[in-house]
Design a protein around this ligand. Structure first.
Ligand SMILES: NC(=O)C1=CN([C@@H]2O[C@H](COP(=O)(O)OP(=O)(O)OC[C@H]3O[C@@H](n4cnc5c(N)ncnc54)[C@H](O)[C@@H]3O)[C@@H](O)[C@H]2O)C=CC1
Ligand SMILES: O=C(O)C1=N[C@H](C(=O)O)C[C@H](O)C1
Length: 248
């Protein structure tokens, strides 16, 4: 039996939206709506599209409202936009009130989610070696609006979960003297798709793990598969990329 074809609404038709469109069509799915700044999402337009699910890659200031519109329309939404998690509590409430589903991932690529697991394991080992200091560096294209990246924040959170002596993270330029925070360097350069390094350094040596995205296809593939995963979930609420990978 061939794979079923899904009707997908794209919320955001920029670098990610266009990449997703190309890949989704090549996978046999249909793009039934494309929303952007010039054609903003509304509940009416979304319902009229008959989309099975939506994929949201817009801007930090737009994501929460777009997710709420999907919730009210009861259209499951895979969200890739980063830099909006301060609004997650209100988004969760709207999803629950409308018995709707979303899945957020700071990074949808398989490679970065493997890095996330390695990062957690390495941090649990390094918690026994306080002589090593840890820092994160991320590099992205010059059009990126948020800093640090959502991926870098996820890496920092994985370290904080496993090294209790650390208190939080700070952008490198904002780091206070003797802070127990993890410094994150955010570098904006050319058309870099996404590079992340986690480095532990002592007076004797350094240990580093890293990931580099060569293109946006990994992000696009993960977001499409996550949308299909959402369609198959019976329970309303907020799903994570871990829920998706566990289902594979
Ligand atoms: N989770 C992941 O795997 C990834 C996340 N991202 C994140 O996705 C977001 C978008 O990235 P790009 O596509 O590179 O950005 P982009 O700037 O190329 O595209 C953003 C699009 O959103 C549209 N937009 C802006 N406000 C809107 C609104 N209110 N309603 C509908 N559309 C609106 C713009 O017109 C544009 O088409 C960023 O937050 C980025 O950090 C990017 C790549 C991977
Ligand atoms: O803006 C981007 O391009 C990306 N943003 C995401 C993030 O903020 O982590 C994911 C990926 O690194 C590309």
């Amino acid at each position: 039996m061939s794979n079923p074809s899904y009707k997908i609404a794209l919320i955001g038709y920029g670098k990610m939206g266009k990449t997703i469109e190309q890949l989704a069509i090549s996978m046999g799915h249909n793009i039934v709506a494309k929303f952007d700044s010039n054609n903003p999402l509304t509940e009416e337009k979304l319902l009229a599209s008959s989309a099975d699910f939506a994929i949201e890659f817009t801007r930090p200031e737009a994501a929460a409202e777009n997710i709420s519109i999907c919730a009210k329309a009861q259209v499951p939404v895979a969200v890739g936009t980063t830099g909006w998690l301060n609004k997650l509590p209100e988004v969760k409430a709207t999803l629950e009130a409308n018995s709707s589903k979303m899945l957020y991932a700071s990074n949808f690529s398989i490679g970065v989610n493997i890095l996330f697991e390695i990062n957690r394991k390495l941090a649990s080992i390094m918690s026994s070696f306080p002589e090593y200091g840890v820092e994160i560096e991320e590099v992205h294209h010059t059009q990126k609006l948020d800093a640090p990246s959502g991926t870098a924040i996820s890496l920092a959170e994985g370290i904080l979960d496993n090294i209790p002596d650390l208190n939080g993270w700070s952008l490198h330029e904002n780091l206070k003297e003797d802070a127990d925070d993890i410094p994150i360097k955010a570098i904006r350069q050319d058309d870099v798709k996404g590079i992340h390094h986690v480095t532990y350094t002592s007076s004797i040596d350094k240990i580093e793990i890293s990931h580099e995205a060569f293109n946006r296809n990994g992000f696009a593939q993960g977001s499409i598969l996550a949308g299909i995963f959402l369609c198959k979930q019976k329970e309303a609420g907020v799903y994570t990329i871990k829920d998706f990978f566990k289902s594979l």
